[in-house]
Design a binder for this molecule. Structure first.
Ligand code: RB5
Length: 163
């Protein structure tokens, strides 16, 4: 699977840990930065990850139909200090369902019930090992569809009405 990953200055070490972890599982990781420890603005990287996923999932066989140029990925992982700011930014891109998860259960259910396509983590909240467990549960889960598809469609309909 192609996974886009992006982060602000607080999360370079955790990003690298997750990149290594994903590589050992055979995933292709697209690193959208930052790799600079200077203070930066998390919306830049939340948007980069979101656009890679929104533009990529259709081309790669996913459900989104929004077009975008540049890097393309099936799913995204976005990391800032808490995961909150970068998730808010990612969720502004059409077709994105970004969820901040600080434990594996929510991460798993965010895929199974909410069809999340961007996982957000807080580098100041979770340690390396917990973060890897969260990522593994998220990637290992599958959207259940059915009544959950109806509810996700309702969320996306709100987005359509807003644009
Ligand atoms: C940066 O200090 C911090 O505000 C950012 O990483 C993130 O936690 C925002 O939500």
């Amino acid at each position: 699977m192609k996974i886009a990953i992006g982060n602000d200055h607080t999360a370079i070490a955790l990003k690298n840990t997750i990149k290594d972890h994903l590589a050992t599982q055979g995933h292709e990781v697209i690193d959208l930065g930052t790799n600079d420890t200077a203070s930066c603005d998390y919306p830049i990287y939340g948007e980069k990850v979101a656009r890679a996923v929104a533009g990529g999932s259709a081309a790669l066989g996913g459900a989104n139909t929004d077009g975008a140029s540049g890097e393309r990925a099936n799913l995204g992982i976005a990391i800032c200090g808490t995961g909150v700011g970068i998730s808010l930014a990612a969720n502004k891109v059409r077709g994105i369902r970004a969820c901040v998860c600080s434990e594996p259960y929510t991460a798993k259910l965010s895929r199974m019930h909410n069809n999340s396509n961007v996982l957000c983590l807080g580098a100041r909240v979770v340690g390396d090992e917990l973060a890897k467990m969260i990522v593994d549960e998220w990637l290992g889960a599958t959207f259940e569809g059915g009544r959950h598809a109806r509810r996700v469609d309702m969320i996306m309909e709100i987005e359509r009405r807003e644009s």
